[in-house]
Ligand binder design. Structure first.
Ligand code: IVH
Length: 432
């Protein structure tokens, strides 16, 4: 085949694969079966093997780079990544609205209400459609270069030029939240326990740990995902007057935007949205810890401006973590596949975030000692993202005097081999 024809074939396969990837990962609506995808992908890989000069960093085969970064370089953000003020009670939400209406001298403000995803903020920079930089938020001014790790996330486009008839900005910075889907998180923790490694406390910690792996092939194994929640477009032709339209545009050029976004005519509609998600969040496959409320119009955002730390046009309405009070009926020891002895509290069943909870993890012996947890204690348990609830504290005022201190077993409850303490927080049975 002539060189031009090979290049043509390569480009067209690449386009097809990018499109398939976008429909599969971002739209969650595959255009083809896995088998058909594999056939095309294998053909594509063969072409790359025969003609390595064709490979560019945005190739679907190049998501996992082979060079582990020795350390993360620092990156100065072009525009700072601000944090948000919190509204912990309803009144703070109404005060926020009142202040904005006074400042703008108008009767009602249109807000864009979005889920506050509980993960890690990242920024992605695209030049002429090509992903060239990916960084953590850091302190908002300087973050860490984690591009190689971010490239392993299937829902992050490496190149935006694959959707036909779409103008791509010459320069674009998007921000989003990387998160661990709950289902993948459960699987990851099962694996960790099998490998005798400590389980992650919650999906957020697991996402942070996975993004900061020095070897991107390890990040690639963790099924991370992202929701993009804002964009700064620098292009003389592509301009939007509000946040909502920008998000719709970002969606149209290939980014994954959370579908649960609502344009609200006033603060009462925002409040309804908050109340709805307070209970509904348990049915999502990702954690969220509140609602982000943003003034939709950019003109109004500019008038309102920023304090030194936060925008005056946005606020995070935080959900309190779901807590309940119950009793520890017993403490048992669970033996992991590789011998870790993990204490688990057996609870009087109680309703928490819509499901009945009968167990809580106590993590390790240090935790039991630190919180002075005894059998028979009344305890406050909490689920704030974690799938397995944890014991927050003991209600010592409710002690009757009959509570029993838990004696950590010296031997494995399954095979009775003497357990060993490696000097860290984990106690193990060494018997294979
Ligand atoms: S907007 C200036 N939207 O919450 C506006 N943030 O407490 C800045 N977050 O650092 C952020 N979901 O990591 C925005 N839909 C969303 C969000 C969101 C999660 C995180 C983000 C930010 C933190 C602020």
């Amino acid at each position: 085949m002539a060189k031009v024809d090979i290049e043509k074939e390569y480009q067209s396969l690449k386009n097809v694969l990018q499109k398939y990837g976008y429909h599969y990962y971002v739209l969650d609506a595959p255009l083809t079966s896995d088998e058909d995808y594999d056939v095309i992908y294998r053909k594509f890989l063969q072409l790359e093997k025969d003609h390595p000069e064709l490979i560019t960093p945005d190739s679907p085969s190049q998501r996992i780079g082979d060079k582990p970064a020795s350390q993360f370089a620092q990156i100065s953000h072009k525009y700072p990544l601000y944090s948000l003020d919190n509204a912990l009670i309803d009144q703070q939400l109404y005060d926020f609205d009142q202040k904005i209406k006074e400042n703008l001298d108008i009767e009602a403000v249109e807000y864009c209400a979005e889920l506050k995803i509980d993960g890690l903020a990242v920024s992605l920079l695209y030049e002429n459609g090509l992903l060239i930089q990916g960084a953590t938020r850091g302190d908002g001014k300087v973050g860490e270069d984690i591009l190689l790790n971010l490239r392993t996330i299937g829902t992050i486009p490496l190149n935006l030029n694959f959707i036909e008839n779409k103008e791509i900005p010459s320069s674009l910075e998007v921000r989003g939240e990387v998160y661990f889907p709950k289902k993948s998180f459960e699987k990851l923790n099962e694996e960790q326990i099998k490998l005798n490694k400590p389980a992650f406390a919650n999906p957020r910690n697991a996402a942070a740990g996975s993004l900061r792996q020095l070897d991107p092939s390890l990040t690639a194994k963790r099924k991370l995902d992202i929701f993009i929640y804002s964009g700064i477009i620098e292009d003389s032709k592509i301009k939007f007057s509000n946040h909502f339209d920008t998000l719709q545009y970002l969606k149209s050029i290939g980014f994954k935007i959370n579908k649960n976004i609502k344009l609200c005519k006033n603060i009462n509609e925002v409040k309804e949205f908050c109340d709805y998600w307070r209970t509904e969040r348990v049915n999502l496959d990702h954690d969220m810890d509140g609602i982000v409320v943003k003034v939709n119009s950019y003109e109004y955002q500019n008038i309102l401006g920023f304090t030194s730390k936060v925008p005056k046009w946005a606020i995070a309405y935080k959900f309190p973590p779901d807590q309940a009070i119950t009793k520890i009926e017993n403490i048992i020891i669970q033996v992991g596949r590789l011998g870790t002895l993990t204490p688990v509290a057996i609870l009087t069943p109680v309703n928490l975030s819509g499901s009945t909870v009968g167990r809580a993890t106590l993590h390790n012996h240090e935790e039991i000692k630190r919180k002075d947890i005894r059998i028979g204690d009344s305890v406050i348990i909490e689920k704030s993202g974690e799938i397995i609830p944890k014991v927050v504290s003991v209600v010592k005022e409710m002690r009757q005097g009959y509570e029993i201190e838990f004696i950590y077993p010296t031997h494995c409850p399954v095979c009775h081999t003497e357990a060993i303490n490696d000097g860290d927080t984990l106690i193990r049975c060494p018997n294979k």
